[in-house]
Design a protein around this ligand. Structure first.
Ligand code: HXC
Length: 534
């Protein structure tokens, strides 16, 4: 028998030459870690991008990354792909920690065959997703790829199919985050699109189903990469990406911050933080909301900041459909998802994009056990042919559906106005708001007083021919209508509002409500999914 150790407690580096197997192993790994080499790395840097390994080290907690399947190679013999012996097949996969919590991660390596996705590459991503689902930890993709590996033909398309399937399987079970750090073209865009959040970086991220040359051939339109699929069009117009960063480092900071609000999976609650902010801190400044002309625009962010612990608000979809604001705050240390009309943009009215934006966020919150705070200041749906033909009926229905199906705690506060269908849509009592509050200034009615008067008294108004007298009559009737209906009192009397509150007590009241509702549902019990009007 050979004794391995003279002293079992001692462990120091041996002076003996390393055994052959170790030498071989170390060499193989050194080659694998070197990637495509200096020249390719330089080309990557010249595009203003980090290498895949640098990205992992910047995003993850220090020294926390451990890689798996680094020696996987392509089995494709066509066009000499397998002869190149690309270790890892253009994607690095493994696990790490962010804010001390484990995540699964993959990083496509553009320096290796353009980060293109062949079958082995796809299988590595699929494997990491399977493990993330089993371990119930978030999965993060760093995407930088020319798309389906052309040399591998349909196998690479099949690979995408495997990934899409897993994106859907993991949806609502573990958070899925896509970080676009280069090209993401063709059907490849649909994996990120199936995940919960997409980040893009100005100047380096591009997403499109068909690139500029195909667009030109098909439609004659001349467009460059940035204009077609850069971070600006996708954050402002299409709404494809929720976050834009100025640089990769800025992007990683935002990813880390986002994760700090999320539970690891749908069976956990989001992380509780101890806060130094006082729970019943009065917010006297909100009394100004009551003084304001209900038609006057103001940024809803001012209200959100004041309600939040330490005035901190992490906004999502900041540049898209700005008439509704969505994001995370903490209140009394608990994570809360905020959905708020923003009077500063289109008067906070609901349109197709805003309905989609809010509905998707609410569904995310519901999946991951995050309470919803709705701040209402809305005159109604955005009128117009464009909206009607654009499908406001279909898109608006998504919002109703999302609120009604959500079983997480729902607290709603009406600030100045809540009219008509939009009042019902914005987390109202009968969509099962748990606590519905209103400021004394809240006008809650079937429609705005002036519009109501024009309909109710149309015959009387027509009879009056003198324009001045007609206007005076309108004013008087409008005032009468406002006094009776455009207030929170009638709604409070019939119980559709649980309580009219002092604005200065809003933070304290909301936190109390959320604390009461803390055990409202068992996070493990989810309702069946219905047929949302997509
Ligand atoms: C194989 C690819 C590749 C691909 C790039 N490369 N894309 N190899 N399959 N899809 C290789 C290049 O040949 C080159 O190899 C290296 O990656 C770097 O590419 P460059 O063109 O030199 O880089 P750049 O100028 O920065 O242009 C990047 C690019 C361009 C815009 C992504 O490479 C490009 O247009 N590629 C094709 C994109 C595409 O059409 N993909 C298929 C989409 S369809 P060498 O050896 O010279 O360094 C699709 C379907 C998915 O993805 C469907 C899912 C359902």
């Amino acid at each position: 028998m050979i004794e391995l150790f003279d002293n079992p407690r001692e462990d120091k580096k041996s002076d003996r030459p390393a055994p052959k197997s170790l030498v071989k192993f170390r060499q193989i790994y050194q080659d694998a870690m070197a990637g495509a080499g200096e020249e390719k790395n330089k080309a990557q840097k010249a595009k203003g991008k980090f290498t895949a390994r640098e990205r992992l080290s910047y995003l993850l907690d220090r020294d926390s990354f451990f890689e798996i399947k680094s020696l996987v190679e392509s089995n494709c013999h066509d066009f000499g792909v397998s002869d190149k012996h690309i270790k890892g097949d253009g994607v690095i996969t493994g696990f790490g920690r962010i804010n001390g919590r484990p995540v699964a991660i993959f990083a496509q390596d553009f320096t290796q065959l353009g980060g293109s996705l062949g079958l082995a590459h796809a299988k590595k991503i699929a494997d990491i997703m399977d493990k993330a689902l089993e371990a119930k930890i978030p999965v993060i993709g760093l995407l930088d790829s020319g798309g389906a590996r052309i040399q591998e033909g349909v196998s690479s398309l099949d690979g995408y199919g495997e990934i899409f399937y897993r994106n859907v399987k993991a949806s609502g079970v573990i958070p899925q985050i896509s970080v676009i750090l280069g090209p993401c073209a063709g059907g490849a865009v649909y994996s990120p699109a199936l995940t919960d959040f997409i980040f893009m970086v100005e100047g380096i991220s591009h997403m499109f189903v068909t690139g500029p040359s195909v667009v030109k051939a098909a439609t004659g339109e001349e467009v460059d990469f940035d204009t077609l699929g850069g971070s600006k069009p996708h954050s402002e117009q299409s709404g494809v990406c929720q976050f834009v960063a100025k640089s990769e480092q800025d992007c990683f900071r935002q990813v880390r911050e986002l994760l700090s609000f999320l539970p690891q999976n749908n069976q956990e609650n989001p992380p509780l933080e101890t806060t130094t902010d006082i729970t019943d801190r009065p917010v006297h400044v909100l009394e100004r909301v009551c003084e304001m002309d209900p038609k006057k625009a103001f940024r809803i962010h001012h209200v959100i900041w004041r309600l939040a612990d330490n005035y901190e608000f992490f906004e999502i979809h900041q540049n898209f459909a700005k008439n509704v604001v969505t994001g995370f705050i903490r209140m009394g240390g608990e994570v809360v998802g905020v959905v708020a009309n923003n009077p500063a943009h289109l008067g906070g009215a609901l349109d197709c994009d805003a309905s989609d934006k809010a509905a998707r966020f609410i569904r995310f919150l519901n999946a991951f056990n995050i309470p919803i705070l709705t701040l209402v200041d809305i005159g109604g749906y955005l009128p117009g042919v464009q909206q009607e033909h654009g499908g406001i009926i279909r898109h608006g229905a998504k919002l109703l559906y999302a609120y009604a199906e959500a079983t997480v705690p729902k607290v709603t506060l009406v600030l100045r106005k809540a009219y008509g269908g939009a009042y019902i849509a914005m987390g109202s009592k009968y969509l099962r708001g748990d606590f519905n509050f209103a400021f004394p200034s809240a006008e809650i009615a079937v429609m705005g007083p002036r519009g109501a008067v024009e309909i109710l008294y149309s015959k009387d108004l027509k009879k009056e021919e003198d324009p001045q007298k007609k206007e005076a009559m309108k004013e008087k009737l409008t005032q009468e209508y406002s006094d009776k209906f455009a207030s929170p009192y009638q709604t409070a009397m019939n119980g559709s509002i649980d309580e009219i509150i002092e604005p200065s007590e809003a933070r304290a009241k909301i936190i109390s409500a959320l604390r009461i509702l803390k055990n409202k549902r068992d996070p493990r019990k989810h309702t069946n999914t219905g047929n949302i009007p997509l």
